[in-house]
Design a protein around this ligand. Sequence first.
Ligand SMILES: *Cc1c(COP(=O)(O)O)cnc(C)c1O
Length: 379
Amino acid sequence: MKSKIWLSSPHMGGHELNYIHEAFDQNWVAPLGPNVNGLEHDLEVFLKSGVSVAALASGTSALHLALIECGVQPGDEVICQSMTFSASANPIAYLGATPVFVDSEEETWNICPEALETAIKDRIAKGRKPKAVIAVHLYGMPFRVEEIAHITEKYGIPLVEDAAEALGSSYKGRYCGTFGRFAALSFNGNKIITTSGGGALVCHSQEDKDKAVFLSTQARDQAPHYQHSHIGYNYRMSNIAAGIGRGQMEVLLHRVSARRAMHDFYSELFDDIPGVVLHSEPDETYYSNYWLSAVLMDPETAGHTREELRLALLEENIESRPLWKPMHLQPVFASAPYYGGKVCEQLFHDGLCLPSGSNLSDEDRERIKTVIRNVFGKS
Ligand SMILES: *Cc1c(COP(=O)(O)O)cnc(C)c1O
């Protein structure tokens, strides 16, 4: 059996273990310490825009704390892009609130401005003004930042950016993760950089960050004994995981270049294949980290469904995956309101994510190329 080619796998830079050894030498084997502070600092320097960053256990916990800081309470409603990973929406349910899902637009595959405004107006008319809007930079592609921010500002609703897949992406030269009232980053094993598991909440004031750190460390009041006036969480990042993160931050821009080179590889590969469209930046204002390269296949023109391509790749031990199944089509969210048409449903129907790791070799690319060219009857 040929070795497995993954969709996206961890890719160490080489210095991660130095930070971990340092943590062991100083006995900072705990969910606090120099690597946690260091990683937060590295992210603040990288993202610019004067942000304050709290390192957490996961991207999901970052979204949960963002919603708490936005004041989401049981019975409230929160708008969320339907086309996304379930972790974007689950924190709404953790809080006993209701998700209201919104369709995507065809260019970025992210939340559609028109459908978003329709949803906001209708919920307000029903006396249920949404408490927050969660927009996602899917596969690293920035959402329509200006239009979405304009709408959320117009109605005075905080924008929460799910930038879990988009570290290193930017819009008009400004990094994703700096546009919302809050943003969530993820360092899960399959993301563009990893801490094995981890995430971060990007804030725009020290006060918001301090509140996130307070909540993530069991909400202890200032007292010599354990005193609590709030419900807390155990969401802080481990100093060992943060050590991996510090090593990964050293190579982040290289990882972005390598993922973008994978996108170039597919661009050339599909250039002469009709009916297959590679998901690409709409214009030069968008800069994607191309965390995952993805294609849309029109079965009639392409002569194959995305499932046929997936199975042909699998046959050669190459992993690929359909796009995210929209949340409003998930059994668990079947009763949630939905606004929009069938754009995200169609994307799910026709879309496939292809191996995109920054650590793929020329040999791996050759194997991928051979399968794809064969499927479409090209040499
Ligand atoms: C990975 C991911 C998350 C969750 O991040 P974790 O660190 O795995 O909790 C949230 N949203 C999106 C879009 C993601 O891809």
